[in-house]
Structure formats: C-alpha cells, structure tokens
Design a protein around this ligand. Structure first.
Ligand SMILES: *Cc1c(COP(=O)(O)O)cnc(C)c1O
Length: 427
C-alpha cells in the first residue's frame, strides 16, 4: 500500500467495529483465487475465514465468474416493483425446494441484518392481522447475534451488543440464558423452564428468534439439537412464532444443509444470508410459511410493509443460484466431514496449551477458546507472518475455511493456528 493510500484509509474509512484513529494493522488485498488471498505487497495468505464465512467455493471461481458475466451482459439491476426476472424465479424455486417443506414464501433483501428486521416485521404484522397487535416483543437467547441494525441489535446479546449505550433506541426484548447442553447431548426440560415461564407470563410476544445449533458471532457455541426441538414444541404450545436465523449456519457449514435439519424441525420464518451468494455479492432472504404470508395478506393493510431498492438484484440472485447449484451438485456432505476430521486432528494439539479453555469442532467450524481475550495487534500479525488469514475475536480463535480447501492446505492452516495459539502472549 502506498503511503498516500494508507493515509486515506487511516483518515477517512471506517472498518468493521473499529475506531477511526485505530492503529491495528490493515492489509491491502490485490486479488484472491481459490483459497488464497494475495496482498498488494506480494505475500499470499491461506484463507481461514471464507470472508466472514461466506466464500464457500473460494474466490474467483470459474463457474461463478462465468454466470455473473453472462448476467452482467443482460442487466446488472432492474427494480423489483412491477418487474420480475429469471434469476429471482429460479433462485426462489431452489430455496423453496431445499429448505424445510413448510417454508414456501421468499422475501429478498440486501444483508443479513435487514433479513432479520424483515423477519421481525413479518412476525409483528402476522399478529396484527390476527387482531393481537399487542404482540410486538421478541424473546431471544443470550450470547446470540442477529446483526447490527436497530431491530436486529434489540434481539442480540444485551451485553456484547451494548444495549445500555442504545438504551432508548432499542425495543425492550426478553432474553433467556444461552443453552448449556452441548451439541450431540440430550437437553433436559429444565433448561427450557425459563422460556416456558416467559411464554406463560407475557401475552405480548410475537416470536422467539434464535440461531439454530450454532451461536456464531456471540461465542461460536454449539448446542443440543434437542434444545432446538423443545423450543419448537414450546412455541407451538404457546402459539408463538419461531424465527430461525440461519445466516451463519445455512448451506452446509454445520454438516447439514441447514442447522434446523439437525433437529428435524422447521421454523415459521427463516433468515438466510452470508453464504447465500457464495461470498460474491450481498444478498439475504427471509422465508416464511404459507400461514405467515396468508395471515399478513388477510390483515390491514393487506400488504407486507417492506421493499428495498435493490430487492432481488439479478446479479446477486445469479450468484446465489450458481453457488447453491455448485454446492448441491457436489458431494458436500462427505466434503464437510473431511474438513471436520482435518480440523479435529489439526486443532487437537491446542488442548494441551495452558491458556486454552476448550477446543471444539462442528462441520467446517473449528474453535479454540482461550481463557483470556487475544491481543489483536500481535495475533493478526503473527498469523499473517505464518501465511494464513485468521481473524479472532475476544477469547476465540476459530477457522471457517472455504469448503474447497484440500487436506494439505488445511493442515498448513491448522498447524499455523496451533503454533500461533501456543506462542500467543497476553499482556
Ligand atoms: C452475520 C450475521 C447476521 C448479520 O448479517 P449481515 O449481513 O452482517 O448484516 C445476522 N445473523 C447471524 C446469525 C449472522 O451470523
């Protein structure tokens, strides 16, 4: 990066969750191909993050590029009010076919956070149409993360989401503890008692919103499928809608196409994002059951009140369609199992390191939880020096590699991670 470019970046651009006067290292990327990211100084990094879990087929994929170039020559965008197009229609058919059967209606938006806000609005309009307009509050799990817009923030963890800072701007929603029962283990009814009590005592609840099986940005926590099954049963018992935020888990990351499949349940509303376009473009979708959609239609004002400018952008829909076809036409289940084995084997050695609290792996997600928060300045540098791109947060160092990563490359990635974990010092 030239000095003048670096100073423009430093002085004028916000990066995610950062201060304008930050002196954390920042690297300029020249290009990326397959699982490798090329920096402008010529160095190459193996990608352990899939660009925040999205780029499942790696970068610069020939089939993805070709499909997008073909679509670009037709049109890059057209308004969705009054118009429709083939990429949206084909993508919708695929999403309806692949997601749990009750989900039949699809609403497209630009990003995950917006898809969550859309889901919340659907739930509110659903109850309004049923003559229960008091039902406008939400219940969610502590340590959950659903996005950064005002609506999504209000259902994300109150502490890490800094609810006190936004006290008067956020809706006062209700929270139950993070499920403690681990993935692969049963879950006693006791763990859901608080949820039952909340449903029992409050008649103003529109929906329960949760990340199925994996609480991702809130702590990379994997919980019991039985917990998820039991929340579905409780929602049915009290007539509360269930919103599954599959933005981090959708499209194979946990070993099933959707995390809800681990529990064999279907939500009333499902949010998809991140991996949806294989990391090519920003697109999200909110899916709903016939019941949710027809109830909204039957009420006042008889329409669903949302309509983004770039709704169902044809380039983004083409990217999603191509990415999902690539995925489902590949032996993805065996592939995720292969990566899971590689992550287990590669990260196991971290268990013996003194400052490591826990090592856990599910599907193509490998997590090393430390006892203390990492030092971002030094750890990012240490990873880059080892030729890998890993971006930890808090006490968590984790890997979510692109699904196309081969075993040898995965071994280099996990070895580098283990070496950095072993050498990491705390202040
Ligand atoms: C990333 C994420 C979001 C927010 O998506 P954006 O595209 O960043 O707005 C919402 N929910 C979950 C579970 C996520 O992982």
């Amino acid at each position: 990066m030239t000095a003048s470019m670096s100073s423009i970046d430093r002085n004028h651009i916000w990066h995610p969750y950062s201060a304008m006067n930050s002196d954390l290292p920042i690297y300029q990327v020249e290009s990326a191909k397959g699982v490798r990211i090329k920096l402008s100084d010529g160095r190459e990094l193996i990608d352990g993050m899939s660009s925040w879990w999205c780029a499942i087929h790696g970068y610069n994929h020939p089939a993805m590029n070709a499909a997008l170039i073909t679509q670009l020559d037709k049109m890059s965008h057209i308004m969705f009010g009054g118009f429709t197009h083939e990429p949206a229609i084909e993508l919708t058919k695929l999403l309806v076919d692949l997601t749990p059967e009750p989900l039949q209606k699809v609403f497209y938006s630009d990003s995950g956070s917006v898809a969550v806000d859309v889901a919340m609005k659907m739930a509110i309009q659903y109850w309004y149409a049923k003559g229960q307009s008091q039902r406008q509050r939400f219940v969610s799990l502590r340590r959950g993360y659903h996005g950064d817009t005002i609506g999504a923030m209000s259902v994300s963890d109150p502490e890490t989401g800094m609810h006190t800072l936004f006290k008067h701007a956020l809706q006062k929603n209700l929270f139950v503890p993070q499920p403690e029962c681990h993935f692969g283990e049963p879950c006693a009814d006791q763990a859901l008692q608080l949820l039952r009590d909340i449903f029992d005592k409050n008649d103003d609840i529109a929906a329960l919103i949760l990340e199925p099986i994996v609480q991702a940005a809130g702590g990379m926590w994997f919980y019991s499928a039985e917990y998820l099954q039991k929340t579905r049963t409780l929602c049915d018992e009290f007539g509360v809608l269930l919103i599954a935020d599959e933005i981090a888990t959708g499209f194979g990351r946990t070993g099933k196409l959707f995390a809800c499949n681990h529990a064999g349940i279907s939500p009333d509303i499902m949010c998809l994002g991140k991996t949806l376009t294989g990391g090519y473009l920003t697109l999200a979708a909110t899916l709903a059951t016939d019941d949710v959609a027809s109830t909204i239609d039957s009420g006042n004002p008889g329409i669903f009140m949302h309509g983004p400018t770039f709704m169902a952008n044809p380039m983004a829909c083409t990217a999603a369609l191509t990415s999902i076809k690539l995925l489902v036409n590949s032996p993805w289940q065996e592939n995720i199992l292969r990566i899971e084995r590689g992550l287990r084997k590669g990260l196991e050695r971290c268990k013996d390191v003194g400052h490591v609290e826990d090592v856990r792996v599910l599907g193509a997600i490998g997590v090393v939880e430390l006892k203390q928060a990492v030092l971002m300045e030094s750890i990012t540098q240490a990873f880059v020096d080892k030729g890998v791109w890993v971006r930890p947060f808090g006490r968590l160092i984790y890997l979510m590699p692109p699904y196309i990563m081969d075993d040898d490359t995965l071994d280099i990635l996990t070895s580098a991670t283990a070496a950095v974990v072993a050498a990491h010092c705390f202040s």
